[in-house]
Design a protein. Structure first.
Length: 362
């Protein structure tokens, strides 16, 4: 692709960090991961953090460590990445879908209370596309109903929510470090929590259930790596700078996209956001696949995500829908993510021009 959907923001400092680890001959479970966890926890003003092999694993482990299991229900938005629902299913619990707000594409707090039953154990708000969900009413609902909050912050590292970093608002927060994220370790993720005991259970679970005092509970092999941690430490040190660069790029994209007839960027600009990608809404009735095909022919890679979870083959039968999910369905059918990465020069204008042509000829 002439203009790929994403580029990992990796430089000479990350390369030097990897070389340092390779020369140490210790590439698993060592000082780099310990340091990365400590630095990540300090950045989020929480007691501790646990590096894992993916954000999805982190969500699953957080739920299991908090006692969620078969027979329980976990409430989440119907519009999110498949990994969110897979993590819940892996615990044996039932995902309960509620609709999202058209103004943010995040979970609608007003729809959470009607979804709560005597089986509900947790709420999983997702900070979709790096935009913080409205946590104040969610916190109140969780407190009133004695529910856990596990924040899916996999797309939102560095974002702010009411004076705290996302992920550090609820009982636990989980981040993903896939190559297209603002902070990447290649593959990997991180769990943070305000309760040290919960962090300790998560740490044991990702290491085959082994606790400092011995094997304490069933576990898995879901650890991070020294190589990933070394990259992550460099990325974390420059996170705020790179987040600001993406904020500036998003403002530029918003300006050029405003000239494309029928295309909208419905979510308001926010300095609290951590821009994971740049989503736009195509005009109603647009054949999105044809638009994407034309952009591909022009050398521009795009992404049709995310579809509403219950519309994905094989998922609908495994979830419970709480009320109509019309907003999630409508947004999921029209969303198109455009190429977005630090270092772009003339690409935004080129993308806007090709998108306009694609819409005119589709």
């Amino acid at each position: 692709m002439k203009i790929p959907l994403a580029k990992s923001d990796i430089g000479i400092d990350e390369t030097a960090a990897v070389v340092r680890v390779m020369e140490s001959a210790r590439i698993a479970f060592g000082p780099e991961m310990t340091a990365f966890e400590a630095e990540f926890a300090r950045y989020h003003d929480v007691p501790d953090a646990v590096m894992v092999n993916s954000g999805t694993s982190g969500l699953m482990v957080s739920l299991l460590a908090a006692g969620v299991g078969p027979g329980d229900e976990v409430i989440l938005p119907a519009l999110t990445f498949l990994g969110s629902v897979n993590a819940i299913l892996a615990t044996g619990a039932v995902p309960v879908l509620v609709d999202v707000l058209p103004t943010s594409a995040n979970i609608d707090p007003a729809l959470i209370q009607p979804a709560i039953t005597d089986k509900t154990r947790a709420i999983m708000p997702v900070h979709l596309f790096g935009l913080p969900a409205d946590m104040t009413p969610i916190l109140a609902l969780a407190k009133a109903n004695h529910l856990l909050i596990v924040e899916d912050a996999c797309e939102a590292v560095g974002a702010d929510s009411g004076g705290r970093k996302v992920g550090a608002v609820g009982d636990a927060g989980v981040f993903g470090f896939y190559p297209n994220k603002v902070l990447t370790t290649g593959e990997g993720g991180m769990i943070i929590a305000l309760d040290q005991a919960l962090v300790d259970r998560c740490r044991a679970m990702v290491n085959q259930g082994r606790h400092s005092a011995g094997v304490s509970l069933p576990g898995h092999s879901l650890r991070g790596t020294e190589l990933g941690a070394a990259i992550g430490r460099v990325q974390l040190a420059s996170l705020d700078e790179r987040r600001q660069a993406r904020t500036s790029l998003a403002a530029r994209f918003r300006e050029v996209i405003s000239d494309v007839s029928g295309v909208s960027v419905p979510w308001p600009p926010s300095t609290e956001r951590s821009w994971f990608t740049f989503p736009v809404l195509l005009p109603p009735g647009t054949d999105r696949s044809r638009v994407m095909q034309r952009l591909t022919q022009a050398g521009i890679e795009t992404g049709a995500y995310f579809p509403a979870l219950h519309t994905i083959s094989g998922v609908g039968a495994q979830v419970r829908q709480s009320g109509p999910l019309a907003v999630s369905e409508a947004l999921g059918a029209r969303l198109l993510c455009l190429p977005f990465w630090r270092g772009m020069t003339s690409e935004p204008e080129m993308i806007a021009g090709e998108l306009s042509d694609a819409l005119s000829n589709s």
